[in-house]
Design a protein around this ligand. Structure first.
Ligand code: FAS
Ligand code: PHB
Length: 392
């Protein structure tokens, strides 16, 4: 269930191993292909897309980055990611482009994606009494239907049917951060070669991009901020004030997309319930500061595909039995990194003591090779890092 990065990549990986799947997606194809979200692919994510034959456009159009900039107290500090992380790099490539590439690959291979089709209930997944799993859905014409299957994969995000199905059985850990991100996509050439994470007493801001002509920027705002409180002029003025350093200029252009995203951390344990497997945001949500959300989804489905193939083709459930524990070890590491970066970079209003601690952390980070190396290794490849994917 779900045609986001998790559901589409899982369907693609299973098909390459000869396992048939049907993807149910409640939104239209146009909607999911235009939804602006994540932008950074970890080294292992990009390598996996290459390895399973859907990395071509990403390699042509994606931007390979070897560093990020930390900007605070009016100064600029580059963290040389590739130099510190064993030669690995990140690729800046919009999540919606990954989604387009996966949809094209699935449809070209004759895969089934049922758009405008909402899963409204799941049964028979508990793995008891020999029941056959089934998903009830309502299709684009409003007709009710049922899909019987061997396993159900909940890749339907943070507000989907799978999360609802396990409510009361799952243990849910959650933390809501006291701020949100206002994100914009602007037709303006990026005024920076690499991402800028900026801590300012007025608030956090992030300077990212999608192409040589398209900038992606974020501002820390209050949770639930209405978009109408932030007209274009106020957005650009606030970004300029927070990102200001001597000798550097913003570049401004028409804002073509904007949204406010609350910052929260959620982990659902376990990630498997009998014949129902959760992956991606259906199982966990991380604050976007660490650029881990989509990368965690990819790492989940890599392990899920590895587990489902022997289970469905040979009745060998050993990897399926380990799926949840192997994923959760990495998920909690990503929560820790994302929360650490979030708390270090987002000032809380009227908290001078906390603000001084943040500046001390940042000062240590940029002057300690060990601390910078820890950040670089986890930022570039936490999901693919030694031991985390294999669970060794
Ligand atoms: P997704 O949410 O991408 O996909 C789930 C799909 O399931 C959706 O298409 C949905 O329509 C569908 N669905 C839901 N219920 C269904 C049902 N009942 N039946 C059928 N289909 C159903 N991560 C970052 O790393 N950086 C960012 O900057 C960033 N920004 C974000 C901004 C927003 C507004 C949001 C919501 C998330 C953001 N994320 C970001 C996190 C995001 O990238 C997720 O981690 C990523 O989309 C996870 O992919 P999936 O697990 O596939 O879930
Ligand atoms: C993005 O480009 O959308 C992006 C980059 C880094 C982040 C979050 C979002 O930490």
């Amino acid at each position: 269930m779900g045609a986001g990065p998790a559901g589409l990549l899982l369907s693609h990986l299973l098909a390459r191993a000869g396992v048939e799947s049907v993807v149910l997606e409640r939104r239209s194809r146009e909607y999911v292909e235009q939804r602006v979200r994540a932008g950074v692919l970890e080294h292992s994510t990009a390598a996996l897309l290459d390895a399973c034959g859907v990395g071509g456009r990403m390699r042509r159009e994606g931007l390979v980055h070897h560093g990020i900039e930390l900007r605070f107290a009016g100064a600029r500090h580059r963290v040389p990611l590739t130099e510190l992380a064993g030669g690995r790099s990140i690729v800046v490539y919009g999540q919606q482009e990954v989604v387009k590439d996966l949809i094209d690959a699935r449809l070209a291979a004759g895969g089934r994606i049922e758009f405008d089709t909402e899963a409204v209930g799941i049964e028979g997944w508990e793995g008891t009494g020999g029941a056959t799993p089934a998903v009830h859905f309502v299709d684009a014409a409003g007709r009710a239907g049922t899909l019987s299957c061997d396993v159900v994969c909940g890749c339907d995000g943070a507000h989907g049917a799978s999360r609802a199905a396990v409510a009361g059985r799952a243990r849910v850990f959650s933390h809501r951060h006291p701020f949100a991100w206002l994100g914009i996509l602007a037709e303006a050439p990026p005024a920076t070669e690499e991402l800028i994470y900026c801590r300012h007493d007025r608030g956090f801001s992030l300077y990212s991009m999608r192409s040589p002509t398209l900038s992606r920027l974020y501002l820390q705002v209050e949770p639930g901020t209405p978009l109408e409180d932030w007209p274009d002029e106020r957005i650009w003025d606030e970004l300029a004030a927070r990102l200001h350093v001597e000798g550097w200029e913003m570049s401004v252009g028409p804002i073509v997309e904007r949204s406010v995203t609350d910052m929260q951390s959620v982990v659902v344990e376990p990630m498997r319930f009998g014949s129902l497997f959760l992956a991606g945001d259906a199982a966990h949500v991380v604050p976007p500061t660490g650029a881990k959300g989509m990368n965690l989804a990819v790492a989940d489905v890599r392990l899920l595909a590895e587990a489902l193939v022997p289970l469905l083709q040979a009745g060998d459930g050993s990897l399926a039995d380990e799926y949840s524990a192997r994923c959760l070890r990495r998920v909690w590491r990503a929560q820790e990194l994302s929360t650490w970066m979030t708390m270090m970079l987002h000032p809380l209003t009227g908290e001078d003591f906390n603000g001084r601690l943040q500046l001390a952390r940042l000062d240590h980070l940029v002057h300690s090779e060990g601390a910078s190396r820890w950040l670089a290794e986890n930022y570039v490849d936490l999901t693919g890092g030694a031991g985390l994917v294999t669970g060794a």
